[in-house]
Design a protein around this ligand. Structure first.
Ligand code: BDP
Length: 698
């Protein structure tokens, strides 16, 4: 049984190893710790290595006298005799990378910069936490992506849009004087997984955060985060020059507007000399933007980029746009608005593109922009918070989804042009690269509401550092650091996590269905919704169920969205034979009687998938129950209760969706699929006006 924990310490609990043989072995290997350099970052690394080692080895206030001395310091600060021997290897590192090397009687953790040393320190401690060997170490590791960023959709009133883990961490009212200890714990957790940036505010932004009153508060946070290599960014409301600047326009080509942003940026840098830059949601879902003035995204982004360039700041300009005037296919619109401008954005602009063309669904094919803008910096945006995957109630291990997207092949330059290669810049040699994740963190004691959803924050950081990592390995790593190192239990816990990804797809949106969630809260089913003001906010727009069949025809006979992919990919999606069944209804309107690869009709296959999703949750519960004596009572009970809700809600999804679609298929449920408990009318009548994270309009 693991000892009780409320989850606050995340994956950095540093509890003493219970395996006495291993403990003895580590104790015999780890000797004195010497650290070189006195920057704030080195102070953090020093504290970390001491706390980590003494905790894990159970040797608080005792002298370490193992065989190897542990030496920490950036190359320039190390004693010359040691540094000289490492100089060649260090050349292979980038500014944030690190080297951990055993030689003679030392284990040296070094880097070009102190932040690299801190990252190396966390890696070394992870080796101990996950019970790996620390002999003959020779680990050289650099991040493959420049900007590894959390996006907080946090409002200044501390509510969190699509947040399910309490309120915003940022206590704006009491800042800058009151510095909650949690701010530092937050920065440290991010550093431990290599996250190096945070956007503090919601993309649906409030210009007030750019006023001196708030900049002082932002500065207080930036000062706490800095030693951990975590840069602060803000969302910039495009109409800020009007709202807080007293101008009459926000036209990006207007001289006064340009001057206003230039001055504003200069002012921000007086508070925060290493300010990261802006994240902008413009002309999307009612947010103001350059199109309000007849200008385009390039005009808007470049205007801000010019103001930020002298300070090395960046503009992360979002491509999440869809027009209410063109209702043919929302999936096509970001591409249509951006791709014609490939090559026109300034070097310090990076276009932030959601992983799929609609909106963070349980499964989407990759966004076609990833294969289509070789001359533009592109970053990918994932949604770690589970707006469309059951909030913080459902256990869904998302790194599996992230991995699936990174591995998708765009064919931009022929086979092997994966999204990972687009995002890390290796395919086209990009100026800046980046990965963003919409945070799932809030004031809940365990940070993410559900213990297992910490793994999504963790896994996001790991994959942002290296998008080629394997999601199952990441799951195991996290399990070992948070639950147990006992092999059998590690495997069971990992099984639950891995199964959870497909389970949520099956019980919510199997076979390529998408956006059939109910209005506002998005956590429950609403395939019947058809009354929202914009057509593309309605689930019926996405599934197009009728008496003939179901699905959105995006082939040339329909919206032709497939033409936005490389010809090889388009051909694969267009053809019913080669289109992966997991994306079938995303790309095709398919008759209810269509024969799936399994031999089932589409109707039967769909119903069986919904049932499979429910069964998978039941299996997750069964596996969890086997772990009762292996994990602490608190976490066991909490996760148990949440899994029961997940099971109940999986059945709700199955029943509501199948009853709804059955009106069109007019076919019976196949054998093996349970009959719904209620009527369709009942499911339609359910309302959740106070569900967390809600946004009433869509
Ligand atoms: C949608 C959310 C909405 C966000 C929007 C965005 O429903 O709350 O503001 O995405 O990403 O998924 O801007």
């Amino acid at each position: 049984m693991t000892y009780a924990t409320d989850g606050y310490k995340l994956w950095m609990d540093y509890k003493t190893i219970s395996d006495s043989a291993l403990l003895k072995e580590y104790q015999s290997l780890i000797g004195s710790v010497q650290t070189y350099g006195n920057s704030e970052t080195m102070k953090k690394a020093t504290t970390e290595i001491y706390n980590g080692i003494s905790g894990i080895l159970g040797m608080k206030n005792q002298k370490l006298d193992g065989k190897f001395s542990i030496i920490l310091g950036s190359y320039n600060n190390l004693p010359k005799t040691i540094a000289q021997q490492l100089s060649q290897e260090l050349e292979n590192l980038n500014e944030e990378g690190y080297l951990i090397k055993s030689f003679s009687n030392h284990i040296v953790i070094t880097a070009k910069t102190d932040i690299g040393v801190l990252y190396g320190t966390f890696n070394f401690l992870k080796r101990l936490q996950t019970h790996q060997s620390i002999e003959n170490l020779n680990i050289l590791d650099s991040p493959k992506i420049d900007l590894r960023i959390l996006n907080h959709w946090d409002n200044l009133d501390r509510t969190v849009e699509r947040g399910y883990a309490g309120f915003s961490l940022w206590n704006w009212h009491q800042l800058p004087e009151y510095k909650d200890a949690r701010y530092e714990d937050y920065a440290r957790a991010n550093a431990s997984i290599g996250i190096n940036g945070t956007v503090l505010t919601n993309v649906n932004s409030n210009a007030l955060v750019l006023t001196p009153q708030y900049l002082e508060k932002v500065k207080a946070l930036a000062d706490i985060f800095r030693p951990y290599g975590l840069k602060v960014y803000l969302t910039a409301r495009f109409s800020a020059p009007i709202e807080i600047g007293g101008l009459t326009t926000a036209d990006p080509l207007d001289a006064n507007v340009k001057a206003w942003w230039k001055n504003k940026v200069e002012e921000i840098y007086t508070y925060i000399p290493d300010f990261g830059g802006f994240l902008v949601k413009a002309n999307s879902e009612g947010q103001p933007g350059p199109q309000n003035y007849g200008r385009n995204h390039v005009d808007g982004a470049n205007m801000m980029a010019e103001a930020l360039a002298p300070f090395n700041g960046v503009v992360m300009w979002r491509a999440f746009v869809y027009s209410e005037h063109d209702t043919t296919d929302r999936a096509k619109q970001a591409y249509s608005e951006f791709v014609p401008h490939d090559g026109e954005f300034q070097d310090n602009v990076i276009i932030q593109v959601k992983n799929g063309p609609i909106d963070f669904q349980p499964r989407e094919p990759f966004h076609p922009m990833f294969g289509a803008m070789p001359n533009t910096n592109l970053m990918i945006e994932f949604q770690i918070t589970q707006e469309y995957m059951g909030g913080a109630t459902h256990l869904v291990y998302q790194p599996k989804l992230f991995e699936e997207v990174f591995e998708s092949d765009t064919y931009q330059k022929g086979k092997g042009s994966t999204v990972a290669k687009v995002i890390d810049g290796s395919l086209d040699n990009k100026k800046i690269t980046g990965v963003a994740g919409v945070s799932n963190i809030g004031t809940d004691r365990n940070w993410t509401g559900h213990h297992f959803l910490q793994a999504n924050w963790y896994g996001f950081g790991r994959l942002a550092w290296n998008p080629y990592l394997n999601s199952e390995d990441i799951a195991k790593e996290w399990v070992r650091m948070t639950f147990t190192n006992k092999e059998e239990s590690v495997n069971k816990l990992t099984d639950i996590m891995i199964a959870s990804r497909e389970a949520v797809v099956n019980y919510m949106t199997p076979l390529g269905l998408h956006h059939i969630m109910a209005t506002g809260h998005h956590y429950g089913p609403g395939p019947w919704v058809s009354d929202l003001s914009r057509p593309e906010w309605n689930p019926v727009y996405y599934h197009k169920a009728d008496n003939n069949g179901v699905g959105f025809d995006r082939t040339p006979s329909g919206s032709n969205a497939t033409a936005q992919y490389a010809p090889e990919v388009a051909t694969m999606f267009n053809n019913l034979e080669t289109c992966p069944e997991q994306d079938l209804l995303w790309f095709h309107h398919v008759p209810w009687t269509y024969k799936l690869k399994s031999g089932h009709t589409l109707w039967d296959g769909l119903a069986l998938k919904y049932q499979k999703g429910v069964n998978e949750v039941a299996e997750m519960q069964a596996t969890w129950n086997q772990l009762e004596n292996e994990v602490d009572t608190q976490r066991f009970n909490e996760v148990n209760m949440l899994l029961s809700i997940q099971y109940k809600e999986a059945k709700w999804w199955r029943d509501a969706c199948l009853l709804y679609f059955q009106q069109f298929s007019k076919m019976k449920l196949p054998q093996g699929v349970e009959e719904p408990k209620h009527t369709l009318e009942y499911y339609k009548s359910l309302q959740f006006p106070y569900a967390p994270g809600i946004r009433p309009q869509w």
